[in-house]
Design a protein around this ligand. Structure first.
Ligand SMILES: Nc1nc2c(c(=O)[nH]1)N[C@@H](CN(C=O)c1ccc(C(=O)N[C@@H](CCC(=O)O)C(=O)O)cc1)CN2
Length: 296
């Protein structure tokens, strides 16, 4: 069997187009322009690329982008003061602090200082609690993107066996909550799970988010399963740096029914969902109906 490739790049372009249409309507009907503030501390090269891409996509969708680039030595007090200013700025509907932060800064403290209504990353403890209890929240972008692709591919997910490999706060745990919300039977597995291959082979939906290059081989995949690969790992191969996922794509694609590639799968959906979340936050702030199909 050769798996269908789930094209995240094309799907993300579609989502970005839907966001842009909503933004245009918000402007003409209500005179409102959503605004996203992105805060980058330090010069991590990958983070710089992601932040640049976020700013560009925000402007392309018709929203206002506010970039705050701070020195790597910025104190916690100064960062918290900036977040407080953004929390109180009515032109800013979404706030995102790019991770990872430099080691001297307490990420939990920083994230939890963001107004939960503007927390477009969905990392604030209030949003984590709301998602966990099935209430309206801001949903982390990467798992939201995975959910959108799964719903698009399968329609309803109810009753499917889903295995999420990885238990991070950013992907694994919220992904499991979202799948549970769609009535899947969910297992969260991780590097210390016994008989991990056996557990993975039960999955109709297998989400790999462990951060280990090509850790999941094709013989861990149930024939016909849908494989969502969240991993973005840079490795050396044949003298070149290449990007690979957490799944061994070549072997998994011969067994799976559908699979996301790396690059071009889950990654592009992260930024598309950030735009969708910013739009959602803006609609909520103004008491307007939320954009359909762009939330969990
Ligand atoms: N505050 C946050 N920090 C981080 C997040 C996040 O969601 N919020 N996620 C990641 C980085 N990230 C966005 O910030 C991100 C990662 C990857 C991609 C992407 O499109 N990847 C491409 C490959 C790009 C490449 O060549 O490197 C793909 O998979 O096709 C977008 C956004 C950590 N920090």
């Amino acid at each position: 069997m050769t798996a269908q490739i789930i094209d995240g790049k094309a799907f993300a372009a579609k989502v970005r187009g839907q966001v842009a249409e909503h933004v245009a309507r918000l402007k003409t009907d209500h005179g409102i322009t959503p605004g996203l503030a992105v805060v980058l501390v330090g010069e991590d090269p990958a983070s710089q690329v992601y932040v640049r891409s976020k700013g560009k996509s925000t402007v392309e969708s018709g929203m206002n982008s506010y970039e705050h680039k701070l020195d790597a030595t910025t104190s916690e007090a100064d960062l918290l003061a900036l977040i407080d200013k953004l929390n109180n700025d009515p032109a800013v509907h979404g706030i995102l602090v790019q991770l990872p932060l430099p080691k001297h800064l307490d990420s939990d403290l920083v994230i939890n200082s963001i107004d939960p209504a503007k927390d477009v990353d969905g990392f604030h403890i209030s949003n984590v609690g709301l998602l966990g209890t099935g209430q309206k929240s801001m949903v982390p972008c990467t798992p939201l993107g995975c959910l959108m692709m799964l719903r698009d591919h399968h329609g309803k997910l109810a009753g499917m066996d889903a295995v999420v490999v990885g238990r991070s706060n950013i992907v694994g745990k919220p992904m499991a909550q979202l799948l549970l919300g769609d009535s899947c039977t969910v297992t969260i597995a991780h590097s210390r799970t016994k008989d991990l291959g056996e557990v993975c082979r039960r999955a109709d939906i297998l989400v790999a988010a462990v951060g280990r290059p090509e850790m999941i081989p094709g013989d861990w995949v149930k024939p016909g399963a849908t494989v969502i690969d969240v991993g973005i790992n840079r490795i050396e191969r044949d003298g070149k740096t290449v990007l690979v996922g957490d799944v061994d794509f070549a072997s998994a694609a011969t067994v799976a029914g559908a699979i996301t590639p790396v690059p071009g799968g889950v990654g592009p959906m992260t930024i598309a969902c950030l735009l969708a979340n910013t739009l959602t936050a803006c609609c909520r702030a103004n008491g307007l109906a939320e954009p359909e199909g762009l939330t969990a």
